[in-house]
Design a protein around this ligand. Structure first.
Ligand code: AMP
Length: 210
């Protein structure tokens, strides 16, 4: 299964990607997590991406396409993968096509901007493995500690309300057109994000099987 999760920042892509990853035993690949890791390690790519990310802008296509090419060439992607946060522009989607990768399904998780702005204040991520949590909707078993790897949970710098608004504007302008791009292939399924996480998961899994 080669799957793309589309949706605004904070729509729940990362959380659903983790759930599908556990079920289908295919890696969930988040370009955001890869970039954050590079930033933490101070690599050249991380330094290039830093200012874009912190301002809520998209990292240039060539950088992100390079990241994804390298990642998809790894052995664990042979039986499929879940892309969370890639592609985010039409040129990125075209680059994926040009790699000869046949995507099986594209799931778009839709949540209204106002709901996203409210949600983002409660979001926490593991600084070690990137797993995502929410203080109310998806709390960790132990406060401040990642269930998966024991890493510390932090608030992302780009989850500040102002940056969230900028990221949503970027989403509508640059990423939303991908809905039409994939609707034309007949592979697009829309999931309306629900208040309850489990409900969104049910709909997402149903969209996978449909
Ligand atoms: P995310 O964790 O998916 O919300 O991504 C966080 C930030 O990483 C974004 O706001 C962008 O600055 C950058 N980023 C992640 N994925 C991409 C992508 N496919 N294209 C461009 N920038 C990206």
């Amino acid at each position: 299964m080669k799957l793309i999760l589309l949706g605004a920042p904070g729509a729940g892509k990362g959380t659903q990607a983790e759930i599908i990853c556990d079920r289908l035993h295919i890696p969930a690949i988040s370009t955001g997590n890869i970039i954050r890791e590079a930033l933490k390690n101070g690599t050249e790519m991380g330094l290039k991406a830093k200012s874009y990310m912190e301002e809520g802008k998209l990292v240039p296509d060539d950088v992100v396409i390079g990241i994804i090419k390298e990642r998809l060439a790894q052995d664990d992607c042979r039986n499929g993968f879940i892309l969370d946060g890639f592609p985010r522009t039409v040129p990125q989607a075209q680059a994926l096509d040009a790699m000869g990768i046949e995507i099986d399904r594209v799931i778009d998780i839709e949540v209204a901007d106002e709901a996203i702005e409210k949600r983002m204040g409660g979001r926490r991520v593991c600084e070690k493995c990137g797993a995502s949590y929410h203080v109310e909707v998806k709390p960790p078993k132990q406060e401040g500690v990642c269930d998966r790897c024991g890493g510390g949970l932090v608030i992302r710098k780009d989850d500040q309300p102002e940056t969230v608004r900028d990221r949503l504007a970027v989403y509508h302008q640059q990423t939303e057109p991908l809905k039409d791009y994939y609707a034309e292939t007949g592979k697009l399924k829309i999931v309306v994000g629900q208040q309850e996480l489990e409900e969104t998961t049910k709909l997402t899994l149903a969209a996978l099987e449909a």
